[in-house]
Design a protein around this ligand. Structure first.
Ligand SMILES: Cc1cc2nc3c(=O)[nH]c(=O)nc-3n(C[C@H](O)[C@H](O)[C@H](O)COP(=O)(O)OP(=O)(O)OC[C@H]3O[C@@H](n4cnc5c(N)ncnc54)[C@H](O)[C@@H]3O)c2cc1C
Length: 500
């Protein structure tokens, strides 16, 4: 037990990307962190398509970039969509945004069993005490102060024990009930009430190079399919069904999935020579209600919700792990600042976390509502992305910044090189535009039509931003009286302090 009567500074519930990230970022500041995970890793999880903000932002700060490189995950340049009014597939690349140009233009498709293990092992290496096969059964509340001050856990031996801590983080995902302890309701979206039916195939086709690692999303009358190449052989395939088509997932799951594939010609073609995996962790056909939701409250004194425990938004743009790890960073800043003591009070710190997390969630939510209007074409979607992010960049660049996880204007979410490399990035893009188009669905058409404007604008972009009052300077708070990231990126500061 520590001098102050607590066993730990922080107890983190859940060892997914959110829990591993927050525990590492707090332990890196020398605080005592206990992470409790109910499963033994590696364990299966869905959510395999990552964004550059996670790979080149959060994973860089965590120090696992090299581990990811060595894991040989499938490189993902962007996305290919057969979606909306355009009958032809269209492709975007993360490299279309200067925030993700160069090395940062490629994210990964990951087997979550391996990715989550890398993050959890790294947490251990950075000083987090990790206990697997240990479930949190309840949170403890100080009767006098009404502050959450620990958890009741059940270990591998089934024995229940109490552990006291200054903070408890609920990073236990969407299924656990710990979030009910924060107070307030979980509000489900009226709009996104879908169901996903998914499995794994070997020997499926690949998009032509250089886009063979892209996520492919194909709309059809019942909803849409994801087609995620995890390795050269293995593909994750899932049908996301709209509420009015839910009956198509009834009965035998294998038959339902195979029937749905036949109803979507492009996916049927891509899987025409493929074999469904029937053994091991990928052998099961799974169903998930991917209903979107958001908690009314994200925290109360002593308890904070992050990742899927706080909110979830429809997976079409693969934003889940980005929101989980970005919220972990925001919450870690709040906890680190309070534990260090002195500068900023607890309420202000956690309000900052909540405001920024809600803002990022709302951007995806508002954009996705428009994206599900199938009567529009991609140019209309790009325009909408610019509108919801209030971005002065071109429409297509605004879209790519949003779906790459970079529209929050956080230096922590982009590679440090990319802050000052806009000129080089645009040179690279201009060269891409100049090359001949080789494949249908290539993103060079997009580049031609929209980038030309943006390239010519780039020289004056900083000036335009100044004129419109938008700034890329993260030292400007996002609300009146708000905080900004400290220079080390792992605490909050008041803007006046950070300007010193
Ligand atoms: C159909 C579908 C497709 C998706 N596709 C993508 C995608 O392509 N890309 C993407 O980024 N995201 C995707 N997602 C979202 C992604 O799965 C989640 O957003 C992400 O896993 C959230 O991470 P997390 O750490 O918050 O929670 P999780 O990954 O769920 O981790 C929570 C952990 O907490 C543990 N736990 C639970 N209860 C307890 C307890 N009481 N005590 C101790 N431990 C506990 C669990 O065992 C688990 O390991 C998809 C989601 C769905 C439904």
């Amino acid at each position: 037990m520590m001098d102050n009567g607590y066993d730990y500074d922080v107890v983190v519930v859940g060892g997914g990307p959110c829990g591993s990230t927050i525990s590492t970022l707090v332990a890196m500041q020398g605080h005592r962190v206990l992470l409790l995970e109910k499963e033994r890793f590696p364990r299966y999880q869905i959510g395999e398509s990552l964004l550059p903000s996670t790979v080149h932002g959060i994973c860089r700060i965590l120090g696992v970039e090299e581990d990811l490189r060595q894991a040989n995950f499938m490189p993902k340049r962007g996305g290919t969509f057969r979606w909306g009014a355009n009958p032809e597939p269209w492709t975007f690349s993360f490299g279309l945004s200067s925030k993700f140009a160069g090395d940062a233009a490629t994210a990964y498709q990951v087997e979550r069993m391996r990715f989550d293990q890398i993050l959890l092992d790294n947490a251990r290496r950075k000083g987090v005490e990790v206990r697997e096969e240990t479930s949190v059964v309840d949170v403890l509340v100080d009767a006098e102060t009404d502050r959450v001050d620990g958890v009741l856990l059940s270990g591998p031996d089934g024995v229940r024990r109490e552990v006291r801590s200054r903070f408890v983080v609920d990073a236990s995902g969407n299924k656990s009930r710990i979030h009910t302890k924060v107070g307030g309701q979980r509000r489900y979206s009226e709009f996104f009430r879908n169901l996903a039916l998914f499995g794994y195939f070997e020997g499926g086709k690949r998009l032509p190079a250089p886009n063979r690692g892209n996520i492919l999303a194909v709309a059809f009358d019942a909803g849409w399919f994801w087609y995620i190449p995890l390795t050269d052989e293995l593909t994750s395939v899932g049908a996301v069904l709209m509420p009015e088509a839910l009956d198509r997932a009834q009965g035998d799951r294998e038959k339902a999935l195979l029937d749905l594939i036949q109803q979507c010609p492009m996916i049927a073609d891509y899987l025409s020579d493929a074999r469904r995996v029937t053994e091991g962790p990928y052998g099961e056909i799974r169903v998930r209600k991917d209903y979107s939701y958001i908690q009314e409250k994200f925290w109360r004194p002593g308890l904070v919700l992050a990742g899927d425990a706080a909110c979830f938004i429809d997976p079409v743009f693969s934003s889940g792990v980005h929101l989980a790890t970005y919220s972990a960073l925001l919450a870690a800043r709040s906890i680190n600042t309070v534990l260090r003591g002195g500068e900023v009070d607890e309420t202000t710190c956690f309000e900052e976390f909540e405001v920024r997390y809600r803002r990022e969630y709302a951007r995806f939510h508002d954009f996705l509502v428009a994206f599900y209007d199938m009567h529009q074409d991609e140019n209309s979607y790009f325009w909408k992305a610019k509108k919801v992010t209030n971005n002065v960049a071109s429409e297509v660049e605004s879209f790519v910044e949003l779906v790459g996880g970079g529209s929050s204007n956080e230096a922590a979410l982009v590679s440090p090189a990319n802050g000052g490399l806009r000129g080089a990035a645009y040179q690279e893009l201009a060269e891409m535009v100049a090359q001949p188009v080789q494949e249908a669905g290539e993103d060079r058409d997009l580049l031609r039509s929209t980038l030309a404007r943006s390239v010519s604008k780039e020289g004056t972009r900083i000036q335009i931003q100044a004129e419109l009052g938008e700034s890329t300077d993260e030292n400007i708070p996002v609300r009146d009286g708000g905080l900004v990231p400290s220079t080390d990126g792992l605490h909050w500061s008041s803007p006046s302090q950070s300007a010193d």
